[in-house]
Design a protein around this ligand. Structure first.
Ligand SMILES: [Zn+2]
Length: 429
């Protein structure tokens, strides 16, 4: 046994060491091996999690990376994520994310190290490994491999915030896995890598009100998307003129309307700043271009992850230093509001400026203050204490009344904590 482990370590060192993963396409089995080997080689910095299974029974892998405790949430450490290959035939993102995992674990880049010290970075190279298996190198435009095994387009399969009908009434296991993940981890920032165009797509993906595609956070989205684009360089692209009018940034609905997209789901339900990156005109270009795509996106990806450090974060506690259940944070009158976590934390990415921060308890404002945000990649860090005498009177509302205030199954954990506090039971219940 010892002999086997010894050899195994030697092999790992030879293959990876401080070398980048080779620039070629990796199939599902190879991708799995790379992630498992890196997690084994860097156990203090990488934790590989199966967040669910595909329709075909393949593991949906997400690698959690941080310079400490990658396997758990740390109080006030922001959580960010990158997902790729949601459409199985759009494959550049998968490889670029594999290289990013390797880079974050092995490079001496100061930026990469700072990111690892200050965030937990989740990377899911393939959300649709069954579709990947059906796709072919060189297929730039077809839809073969786009869907999951049940022929469902995963980016049309998330519940619409206002209940609009979806293409398929069946919820794919891949979709369910992401939904459970989002309910468990309080993601602050996210990007989803696609191919077949060269554009960054921001919310909203559909026209919820009239023909207005702009969200209340459009200022944030525009800044973050343009920062990404500004750091990229042209590589073998021949479809650049296609989106010249928008300077490569478009709101999803203005490009083409999507119902059931993952981006709007994450943003509207959790306040996560979600972008969709279309990074290659060809969906599955020749493997000889992969090094270029990596070089083209690397600095932009790192800088993008830093955006989770903008704005404000903090704790909302009562006078006993306990979290207050069922609270949300609202900035000015912006929607969506963000849910405060069961530990009392919140994060809100903001551009420089002066804002009103409000704490909502069952939709009632129980606290308000002005905050001033500077142009810094170090967030304003607040601890807000709200006496129980301020919010407990609202607890006299019946649970029936509570259900009408918008407590959804997604924040049912908050509801549980709320009920615990209602009956004066400890928070560990
Ligand atoms: Zn796509």
């Amino acid at each position: 046994m010892f002999h086997f482990q010894f050899n195994y370590l030697i092999i790992l060192t030879v293959i990876y060491g401080n070398q980048a993963i080779d620039y070629r396409y990796h199939n599902y089995t190879e991708m799995t091996s790379i992630l498992q080997d890196l997690a084994a080689q860097y156990p203090t910095k990488a934790s590989l999690v199966e967040i669910g299974k595909s329709q075909g029974g393949k593991s949906l892998w997400a690698m959690a990376l941080s310079s400490y405790a990658p396997n758990r949430h740390v109080l006030l450490r922001p959580e960010v994520k990158y997902i790729a290959n949601m459409h199985g035939n759009e494959v550049v993102g998968l490889e670029v994310l594999l290289y990013l995992v390797d880079y974050l674990l092995t490079s001496n880049d100061t930026q990469a190290n700072q990111l690892m010290n200050r965030t937990r970075i989740w990377i899911m190279p393939s959300m649709n490994p069954d579709g990947l298996e059906q796709s072919s190198v060189g297929d730039c435009t077809s839809n073969t491999g786009r869907y999951n095994l049940n022929n469902i387009d995963l980016n049309r399969n998330f519940p619409d915030y206002y209940g609009a009908a979806l293409q398929s009434s069946t919820r794919a296991p891949e979709t369910s896995a992401i939904m459970s993940w989002l309910a468990k981890v309080p993601f602050v920032l996210s990007a989803n890598y696609h191919g077949g165009a060269f554009v960054i797509n921001t919310p909203y993906d559909r026209y919820y009100v009239g023909s207005d595609s702009a969200s209340d956070d459009d200022d944030i989205y525009q800044m973050i998307a343009r920062s990404y684009i500004n750091l990229t360089q042209e590589v073998n692209e021949n479809c650049l003129s296609e989106f010249i009018d928008t300077a490569f940034v478009t709101r999803g609905a203005d490009w083409y309307e999507v119902i059931g997209g993952m981006q709007d789901y994450g943003y509207l339900n959790y306040g996560t700043i979600e972008l969709t990156m279309e990074i290659s005109c060809c969906k599955y270009p020749g493997g000889n271009l992969l090094a270029s795509y990596w070089n083209y996106n690397r600095d932009a990806m790192l800088q993008h992850l830093f955006q989770a450090q903008r704005g404000v974060k903090g704790l909302i506690l009562n006078e006993y230093s306990k979290p207050i259940p069922s609270t949300q944070v609202m900035i000015d009158n912006r929607q969506p509001v963000v849910n405060v976590t069961p530990l009392g934390e919140f994060w809100r990415i903001l551009l420089p400026g002066t804002y009103t921060l409000k704490v909502l308890y069952q939709s009632n404002t129980i606290y308000s203050r002005q905050i001033k945000i500077g142009n810094s990649l170090s967030p304003l860090n607040l601890t807000i204490i709200i006496s129980s005498t301020v919010y407990l009177p609202y607890s006299l509302m019946t649970t029936q009344a509570l259900s009408s205030t918008g407590v959804t199954p997604e924040n049912s954990q908050n509801l549980l904590l709320y009920l615990c506090s209602l009956f004066f039971i400890s928070f560990s219940c």
